[in-house]
Ligand binder design. Sequence first.
Ligand code: NAP
Length: 278
Amino acid sequence: MACPVAIFGMGRFGRALAAALDRCEGGLVRIGGRGRPHSPRLALVTQPAEFVRGLPKRCIVVIAVRDDALAQLATTFAALHDINRLQFVHTSGVSGPGVFKPLADSGAVTGVFHVLQSLPPENGHERIPGSYAAIAGPADLVDDLRAVSRLLGVHAIELKPDQWTAYHAAAVLASNALLGLLETAGQILKDAGVPSAPQLLLPLVRGTLENAEALDLALALTGPVARGDTGSIRRHLELLQGDTRELYKAAMRAVVRLARRSGKTSPEKLAEINRLLN
Ligand SMILES: NC(=O)c1ccc[n+]([C@@H]2O[C@H](COP(=O)([O-])OP(=O)(O)OC[C@H]3O[C@@H](n4cnc5c(N)ncnc54)[C@H](OP(=O)(O)O)[C@@H]3O)[C@@H](O)[C@H]2O)c1
């Protein structure tokens, strides 16, 4: 049985987590902070002192506010009475447990629960099952976070303190940078007057992701690098200019590394492509 959860901060993530816990009868006991309630079932408790009053022992208090508000809120909660019976987790992917030092110094148990997902503004709870979550904390809290993760259908991965920055850099590259790549690819199409940009790229991206999910990344790779087609790459480089050209070259060097791993393209062809890209 997962332990009770209270969520402070009803933004995009807080609302999605609250709705997901409600749907799996996950013992959501209180919601608070600023934002919008996720449903009429629980009222929003705005004041931290009132928010923690009467919460059950060993409750997980999830602080779901933007990263730069965490330190101040940790200090506010740390000053409250009887805080050491509670477990506090934040939902930031970059901060690690250290940002909750004021709470830890007050005797509260502290950790992290970061769901690795990009949530839409509404109905974000639908995207939570099947996601991964990075968790951290003392053993009992990690056990409780694993139980909550199971309830939500989330795969929990425990991170060490020195792994958070790498974890977050990888997540930003895979998610935010993907949108940057799509924006750039769409602009190339628009500059050439091709209609339906960038929408015509989206089924291609979806197909690529489905291949990546079903196969190893190296096996999912199609296109000129996998085929050793240097002529196509030369033509692309003749067309592209400035930052777009640099982005293409950097991204395609990563594709060459992937193709090398697959072993399907001849090393001579890959070396020739690498020379074009450097
Ligand atoms: N969005 C995602 O897809 C996603 C996914 C995984 C994890 N996360 C994590 O979830 C956390 C929150 O992100 P979010 O996207 O939900 O942000 P958000 O939409 O900006 O929501 C944050 C909420 O917290 C409230 N808040 C901020 N400071 C507060 C304070 N001092 N006291 C009370 N309430 C306060 C905000 O109210 P105001 O707007 O009035 O300031 C807002 O309602 C971040 O750590 C983020 O890394 C987000």
